[in-house]
Structures are given as structure tokens and as C-alpha cells.
Design a protein around this ligand. Structure first.
Ligand code: SAM
Length: 310
């Protein structure tokens, strides 16, 4: 059942809204779908616990429900929440009508991550995919701790825009396109989002009193969080000495070979939307440099895992 709540984070509008240009059909066509290896990291971490339960998962900031689909293959019940108008309706269509998941296994909530109506200490796994940048992260991490049962797993993930590898000229123009994009991301909501994503989520901390076994997995990052940096806005790191860090390089699940039309389509999945004509000179330059060829792209990804302490 969908429940409507009006709470907004710090009075800010919710990020990734349709009014800012979010387009779910482009999103489904051009964003990388979470590969099985992503869920393997998540399920391996959760399963290693002696008390691992698979009763309730919560997909927070679920959008149209992409991650919920795989969560529903492992968990008896999935809570699908998102604060923006109409998104849980889209998720219900994807999960129930298109994918045939029994509706009585799903709960749809229109609400923000900062203040959830979900009961305390009852959720086994929370997935926060590509959404933490739109939140007050310290408040949200605390709220996740309230929702999770002791020993429950929190998974946060973020993938940044891909970089073009093996073609320095094309990467130079692609970078100039993202510079233009970042110039258009002004105001409090975007400043906060960029501070968070530019840090590769390293600014998101886990208080020792509440969280254990923190693990940060970086994919296609060449040993540094620099590849997440789109511009200069950044928050300080908040990493504990006892965290585990894993670097995975050359992950083909997060790599591809694509041409200019795909690159245009990909940019159009980010908000705020930039019309192609606004940066036509850069698309023309990229077209000349690529000369009809496709380029290899690699997407930097971070997956952060944590366990709710007893
Ligand atoms: C880029 S989409 C990611 C959707 C989905 N999790 C995925 O990985 O495909 C970001 C989502 O965060 C949601 N969002 C924005 N502000 C939020 C908040 N304060 N709490 C929870 N979700 C929020 C947006 O409505 C949007 O659906």
C-alpha cells in the first residue's frame, strides 16, 4: 500500500525529480543495470553472518524499483520507498505488473530516507543505491541504524559517470562536457550532492557506537577516489581506522564499448538536464575526435557495506 508523507529534507526539494529532468525511460536504457556481481558482494557480506535473516529488505530511494527486483528474489518481503511523486507507482508497475512479484510481498512508501515510517529494529538489509547524495547523510545513516535489526546489513552504492579509456582525445572532450554539466548544478541541493559524490562516499561515516565491519569496495578506481571527482566541491573523509578497503580493477561488469549516441543518451539521464544544443560545439568536437568509432568506457563504482551493532 502506498502511503504519502510530506516531509522534506531540511526544507530542500527532493533530488532527482521529474521537474529537474529525471526521465526513467532514458534511465532504464542508458544507466548501467546493477550487475549480478554487485548483488554478489551484497549477499556474500550479509550471508557470512551466523544470524543472517532474509525476511525484510528495504530499498530506499528506490526510484522505479530496479534494485528491489533482485532483492525480491532473496527476501520474503521488500519495502520500496521513495519521496518523489509517482516513483513508487512506477516501481509497483515494474515489480508487480511487469515482473509478476506478488503484491503482498511488497510495501510501497512515498517517504524520504531521513524520516521513515518503517518499524524499528525489524529490517534485515537496507539497500541505498545511487541515492545518498540527495540526502542529509548523517541523519540518514542514523535512521538506517534505527530500522535495521541487530546484525542487519546496510549497503550503499554509487557509480559515477564513466570515463573513456584508451582514447585521450575523446576523454578530454567528454571531461569538458561534464565540466559544462557541473556549471549548471548550482544551489543548495546540488552543492550538497556534489560534495558527497565527489568524495566517492568517503565523507559518509559510521559512528562506532552503532556500526561494525565497515567494508568499502571500489571498482574501476585505479586505487584512488579521484575518479569520482567531477568538480572541486568536496567534503572531508570520514573513514575509521578499522574499516576494510577492497580495490577491484578492470571489472568488465562495469565496462562497455559505446559511441557518441550512447554518450549523449547517458548524459541525458543525469539531472539537471542539459539540452544537446546547449553544448553542441562539444558534441561536434567529440564526433570529430571519435570519427564514427566507439570507445571503451569504465565506470567507477563504490559499494559501502556496514553491520548494525548489538
Ligand atoms: C538516481 S535515482 C536512484 C534510484 C534507484 N535507487 C536506482 O539505483 O536505480 C535517486 C533516487 O533518490 C530519490 N531521493 C531523492 N531524495 C531522497 C531522499 N531524501 N530520501 C530518499 N530518496 C531520495 C529520488 O527520488 C530518486 O528516485
Amino acid at each position: 500500500m502506498a502511503v504519502t508523507t510530506e516531509s522534506k529534507s531540511e526544507g530542500l526539494e527532493f533530488g532527482f525529480s521529474v521537474s529537474e529532468g529525471a526521465d526513467w525511460s532514458k534511465y532504464l536504457s542508458f544507466r548501467p543495470l546493477y550487475p549480478q556481481s554487485f548483488f554478489s558482494h551484497m549477499f556474500a557480506y550479509h550471508s557470512q553472518k551466523s544470524n543472517a535473516a532474509y525476511n525484510i529488505a528495504h530499498d530506499v530511494g528506490a526510484g522505479c524499483g530496479i534494485a528491489s527486483l533482485t532483492l525480491a528474489s532473496r527476501f520474503k518481503n521488500v519495502i520500496v520507498s521513495d519521496p518523489n511523486n509517482g516513483y513508487t507507482t512506477l516501481a509497483r508497475k515494474l515489480l508487480v505488473e511487469d515482473s509478476g512479484i506478488a503484491e503482498n510481498r511488497l510495501t510501497f512508501l512515498q517517504e524520504a530516507a531521513e524520516k521513515s515510517s518503517v518499524a524499528s529494529a525489524n529490517v534485515d538489509l537496507i539497500a541505498a543505491c545511487e541515492m545518498m547524495q540527495w540526502t542529509d547523510t548523517a541523519v540518514v545513516v542514523h535512521e538506517f541504524g534505527r530500522e535495521l535489526a541487530i546484525g542487519g546489513t546496510l549497503v550503499m552504492t554509487y557509480y559515477s559517470r564513466p570515463r573513456i579509456t584508451g582514447h585521450a582525445g575523446a576523454q578530454k572532450v567528454w571531461k569538458a562536457i561534464w565540466d559544462e554539466y557541473s556549471k549548471r548544478t548550482q544551489g543548495e541541493l546540488y552543492d550538497r550532492a556534489f560534495e558527497i559524490v565527489n568524495s566517492g562516499f568517503q565523507c559518509i561515516g559510521f559512528p562506532d557506537a552503532e556500526w561494525d565491519n565497515i567494508k568499502r569496495i571500489y571498482i574501476n578506481c585505479e586505487g584512488s577516489a579521484e575518479h569520482f571527482k567531477i568538480d572541486h566541491r568536496i567534503r572531508a573523509k570520514n573513514i575509521r581506522a578499522d574499516e576494510e578497503t577492497v580495490w577491484v580493477e578492470g571489472d568488465e561488469n562495469w565496462s562497455d564499448v559505446q559511441g557518441i549516441d550512447w554518450l549523449k543518451g547517458y548524459l541525458a539521464t543525469w539531472v539537471p538536464k542539459i539540452e544537446e544544443s546547449e553544448i553542441q560545439h562539444l558534441w561536434d568536437e567529440l564526433g570529430l575526435v571519435l570519427n564514427g568509432e566507439q570507445a571503451r568506457i569504465e565506470t567507477p563504482v563504490v559499494i559501502v557495506l556496514a553491520t548494525k551493532k548489538g
